[in-house]
Design a protein around this ligand. Structure first.
Ligand SMILES: Cc1cc2nc3c(=O)[nH]c(=O)nc-3n(C[C@H](O)[C@H](O)[C@H](O)COP(=O)(O)OP(=O)(O)OC[C@H]3O[C@@H](n4cnc5c(N)ncnc54)[C@H](O)[C@@H]3O)c2cc1C
Length: 323
């Protein structure tokens, strides 16, 4: 059993318990969201003690060497003294420039910052509603084209952060965010490689950023974007993506509907099934999978079985904490 020292208090960490579990059990207001090591919203820094290597999975090297780790997946074998992240490095400030409806359930949030925020389209940030509450949102914008950060946020009934964004956030509001993270972005250097992008719901956000980034960087290979939803209302930016497909011969857009209502111009079926029926052999492709965690998990398996190499599969599962 290890002990965790945090802000002057020491807590026992039972075998198999995560550091985040221990802090929350003692009423510590520690930001967290996915609780599975993907969103990084709970990141803290160790001052003394040895971290399990796995507790730093997915963290940028520059932060890893400073002792940053993810309390939600940290099950320590050693006593640890831990501190909150340094606000200077881990919190950025931005101003809301607009909150624009993209559909009945999705808004685009524009964020501008006096200090430029460096990112790759498709990465994600954590947006803080308050000191203890943050959620991850993917970057749909492309720095040189959009000049601001853009997020696509779906509203969840009773969702703490998404409801706040939809109902309370206004142009001019100052917000805090974490530095961009994640490895779901376009990698230049193989301009002829075919790219397959599959997303559900607001899983379109990173894919929209990645596709436009690839096109802007002169990608010449095919770029196939499948956006899936059950209902027509779940798809958005349809016309914009159709225009993009007209503008670039190598870009194809497939809006897919898995429910019974399938208007003209949409494909009946699930995005993943349709993508694999059009391209059953994926060796040599680079794949991006974003959105619903079940879809992402299944898609990773199926694209691998269809021949895609593991290192060419990039994904962001929009993991969330069950109520
Ligand atoms: C890497 C990453 C990137 C993400 N990118 C985006 C993005 O670009 N756009 C976006 O809209 N969201 C994105 N998400 C999801 C986002 O972080 C939040 O989980 C979501 O906005 C809900 O937060 P909330 O505070 O409103 O809901 P909560 O208060 O956390 O939950 C309220 C209720 O809604 C349910 N719920 C929450 N999220 C989901 C979900 N995804 N599916 C089904 N039920 C859910 C909960 O179980 C609960 O019942 C991303 C998540 C991750 C991990």
């Amino acid at each position: 059993m290890a002990s965790i020292t945090f802000e002057g208090n020491s807590y026992r960490c039972e075998e198999g318990q995560s550091v985040l579990d221990v802090l929350l059990a003692h009423g510590v207001a520690a930001p967290h969201s996915c609780r599975s090591g993907s969103c990084q919203s709970c990141m803290m820094r160790v001052e003394t003690g040895e971290l399990p290597e796995s507790s730093q999975a997915g963290i940028k090297e520059t932060l890893r060497v400073q002792g940053y780790f993810l309390p939600c997946i940290c099950r320590p074998g050693d006593d640890l003294t831990i501190v909150r992240p340094d606000t200077d490095t881990m919190r950025l400030e931005a101003t809301v420039s607009h909150v624009t409806a993209l559909s009945d359930h999705v808004v685009c949030v524009g964020l501008s910052s006096q200090t430029p925020i460096s990112y790759r389209p498709g990465q994600f940030i954590n947006l803080f509603k308050d000191d203890a509450t943050a959620r991850s949102y993917s970057l749909a914008s492309v720095p040189d084209m959009d000049g601001e950060l853009r997020l696509h946020v779906r509203r969840f009934a009773n969702g703490q952060v998404s409801t706040w964004i939809h109902e309370a956030l206004r142009p001019g509001d100052r917000v805090q965010l974490s530095p961009p993270a994640g490895d779901c972005f376009y990698l230049p250097g193989q301009a002829e490689q075919p790219l397959l992008l599959i997303g559900t719901g607001t899983g379109l956000a990173p894919l929209y950023g990645i596709a436009r980034d690839a096109l802007a960087q002169g990608h010449r290979g095919p770029i196939h974007l499948y956006h899936g939803s059950r209902e027509p209302a779940g798809l958005y930016l349809v016309e914009r993506l159709q225009e993009l497909a007209q503008q670039y011969a190598n870009f194809r857009y497939f809006p897919c509907l898995s429910g019974s209502e399938v208007p003209d111009g949409f494909l009946p079926g699930r995005a993943l099934d349709l993508a694999l029926s059009h391209a059953p052999e994926l060796s040599g492709w680079r794949i991006y999978l974003c959105g619903n965690p079940d879809m992402v998990k299944l898609a990773r398996k199926r694209v691998f079985l269809a021949g895609a190499s593991m290192r060419e599969i990039h994904s962001d599962a929009f993991t969330h904490q069950a109520a």
